[in-house]
Write a protein of this length. Structure first.
Length: 238
């Protein structure tokens, strides 16, 4: 369970996230949707203890990230920009994370298999394609077999087979009673994966609920999102 309560984060006096509250329930995939610059990454960074809020709280299983006893075994995360050392082999990268978090070595091979990288495990990361790097990031997030998964744009750079694979994985993960939150600015793609959606625009939550219900009265999911975000021309990069 993720609980965000009255969260505010300002940069240079300007609110990036403004009095945001929502909960993310276990057993479901929840999409965190909004145009570029809406405040998704800022919210996730605060949730993962990478940024301090100016107000409010962001809790994982009732605790702030920094108060978690076994962070990697509680929450697995994929965030933009947090990549492995390019010279390192994928298997060594994961083994290093596993060892520093008391995760058994066999789990490294399990997660490589889960994301379809077993055959490329001994390659250096610098030779990986964007999609392979993305899958390696997801493998790292899965290492601790965490109760909560937080993924920023997880299908970015993946080909259709990769998208399907990640989608199946996330759905299975949620079906086993875990909490899955994934951010995206691609609504159609998220609609294929998510049960619930939280829509953010200009730092404020504009809708929250089962995805199916959000398009009611709008004709299509696409027009619902443009209406909700006030971005009918798609300027925000939808
Ligand atoms: N470190 C920072 N310093 C200054 N402004 C920032 C910083 N991080 C984010 N912002 C600003 O906060 C706002 C929200 O940005 P954020 O990255 O959270 O949006 P986002 O919804 O994740 O967008 P995207 O889909 O493009 O990743 C934007 O106006 C952005 O310019």
């Amino acid at each position: 369970m993720i609980e965000i309560t009255r969260l505010t984060k300002r940069y240079g006096g300007k609110p990036a996230v403004d009095d945001v509250s929502f909960t993310v329930r276990p057993g479901r995939v929840t999409g965190f949707l909004g145009p570029n610059g809406a405040g998704k990454s800022t919210t996730l960074r605060v949730l993962l203890g990478l940024d301090r809020p100016d107000g409010g709280t962001a809790l994982i299983g009732g605790r702030r990230y920094r108060d978690l006893r076994h962070p990697l075994r509680t929450v697995g995360a994929l965030l933009d920009g947090a990549g492995p050392v390019p010279e390192r082999r994928a298997v060594d990268h994961l083994t290093w994370i596993a060892q520093s978090n008391r995760i058994p070595r066999r789990r490294v091979h399990e997660v490589l298999e889960l994301v379809g990288l077993t055959g490329a495990a001994r390659q250096r990361v610098k030779g990986y394609s964007l999609g392979m790097r993305q899958r390696l990031g997801i493998a790292a997030a899965l290492l601790g077999d965490p109760e909560v998964l937080v993924l920023d744009e997880p299908v970015n750079g993946l080909d259709p087979e990769g998208v399907r694979r990640v989608r199946d994985l996330l759905r299975e993960y949620a079906a086993s009673g875990r909490t899955v939150l994934l951010s995206s600015h691609l609504m159609a793609e998220t609609a294929e994966t998510a049960d619930d959606a939280i829509v953010i625009a200009r730092g404020r939550i504009v809708a929250h609920g089962p995805l199916a219900g959000l398009s009611a009265g709008h004709g299509s999911l696409e027009s619902a999102f443009f209406a909700l975000t006030g971005d009918r021309e798609g300027r925000g990069g939808w």
